[in-house]
Design a protein around this ligand. Structure first.
Ligand code: SAM
Ligand code: SF4
Length: 347
């Protein structure tokens, strides 16, 4: 049933400590019943911070000159993918700035084929590489990727326009999501919370958008300002606690309203509180994306201020994460893709 907008706004507007605890508990019950309490890992590889776009909020936007641009060597990506596979991770995510040139498109296709081959087809691969043509999406799908994450950022076209330069197109972003669905990808989207000008009503509309577009996965998180961006002036008045609360409320409300989709507890939550990702799991998320990028690149892939684990390598990260997940009584779904039950139901 299509969620009720007034009820969504009500949940998104809760603020008292007890009321919020109730909301998170309710979401956790829905999570237990619909997707269980196994957490699936997607090891994220930040392939490159080179981006042709200029989103006003993002630290790796094209015009940020205070950023060393890099693209990882093919061998480095393959080593990290192999490491994830040997650690029994079910999947990895390849993420980068957006570019659509031939060289990059074939690099990604080659990487996909080699990752599939080195892991005997066992490692699932999600891509998060922004807007792409149907031809490119077909190529990457046939090379072995099966999930794609592309946030709509906000489903309010006017708000989207305010957060991006004039040559960035809401319509094209939406079209990419729809093309992915049509081609049979397991499709994820998401929004940021706490965007300047965003109201609870906008977030309720975002959830209705996820429902109407029949989305399989969500990756959402608080907007955190970055000093070297046009929205950087918001760094000073930024309220971390409020931002964390808004991120958790959105996860919980999405779990209650959308039930059997996969929801990621994103790194942005951890940037606001060392246990932010565990809080996300307790508010209804079931996916974690541990950063497995070599530490030498991490400082150059800062989308926002305060990115965590800048100097911790992947194996240090995974051990502390394991302990944290066990401490909240959940289990890690090693060696499993952990596909979205919503997607499997649709298929
Ligand atoms: N370039 C691709 C794209 O835009 O889809 C993938 C990488 S992009 C860095 C991944 C996500 O980072 C974006 O969808 C955006 O929501 C998020 N992001 C960027 N700047 C952010 C910020 N300041 N705070 C929180 N999230 C941010
Ligand atoms: Fe580029 Fe994605 Fe950042 Fe926009 S959000 S500037 S497309 S990396």
């Amino acid at each position: 049933m299509r969620p009720n907008k007034a009820e969504l706004i009500e949940m998104l507007s809760l603020s008292g400590k007890d009321e919020l605890e109730e909301l998170y508990k309710r979401a956790y019950e829905v999570k237990k019943a619909q997707v269980g309490t196994k957490v699936y890992f997607r090891g994220i590889i930040e392939l490159s911070n080179i981006c042709t776009k200029n989103c006003y909020y993002c630290g790796i936007r094209r015009d940020n000159a205070n950023n060393n641009r890099y693209i990882m060597q093919k061998s480095e990506v393959l080593e990290e993918a192999e490491w994830a596979w040997k650690q029994n991770y079910g999947s990895i995510v390849l993420q980068a700035g957006e570019r659509e040139d031939r060289w990059f498109i074939s690099l990604v296709a080659d990487l996909l084929e080699e990752i599939k081959s080195l892991s005997n087809g066992e490692l699932g691969v999600t891509l998060s590489l922004g807007e792409q043509s149907e031809e490119t999406l077909k190529l990457w799908q046939s090379a072995g990727a099966h999930r794609y994450l592309i946030r709509i950022e906000t489903s309010n076209a006017e708000l989207y326009r305010q957060l991006h330069p004039a040559d960035h197109s809401f319509a094209r972003r939406l079209e990419t999501i729809r093309t992915l669905k049509r081609l049979g990808w397991q499709t994820g989207t998401g929004v940021m919370t706490g965007l300047p000008g965003q109201r609870a009503e906008d977030l309720a509309e975002d959830i209705l958008f996820f429902y109407d577009e029949d989305i399989d996965m969500l990756g959402m998180g608080p907007f955190i300002p970055h000093k070297d961006t046009p929205l950087g002036h918001l760094v000073d008045g930024f309220d971390q606690e409020k931002a964390l609360e808004a991120g958790l409320k959105l996860i919980a409300t999405c779990r209650i309203a959308l039930k059997d989709i996969n929801i990621a507890s994103t790194t942005a939550l951890q940037a606001l509180n060392p246990t932010g990702r565990e809080m996300g799991l307790l508010a209804g998320a079931n996916i974690i994306m541990p950063n497995i990028t070599d530490v030498k690149y991490r400082a150059s892939y800062q989308l926002y201020e305060g990115k965590p684990c800048l100097d911790e390598n992947a194996s240090q990260c995974v051990h502390c994460l394991e302990r944290r997940i066990e401490s909240i009584g959940e289990e890690i779904g090693y060696k499993q893709w952990g596909d979205s039950p919503h997607y499997l139901g649709r298929k």
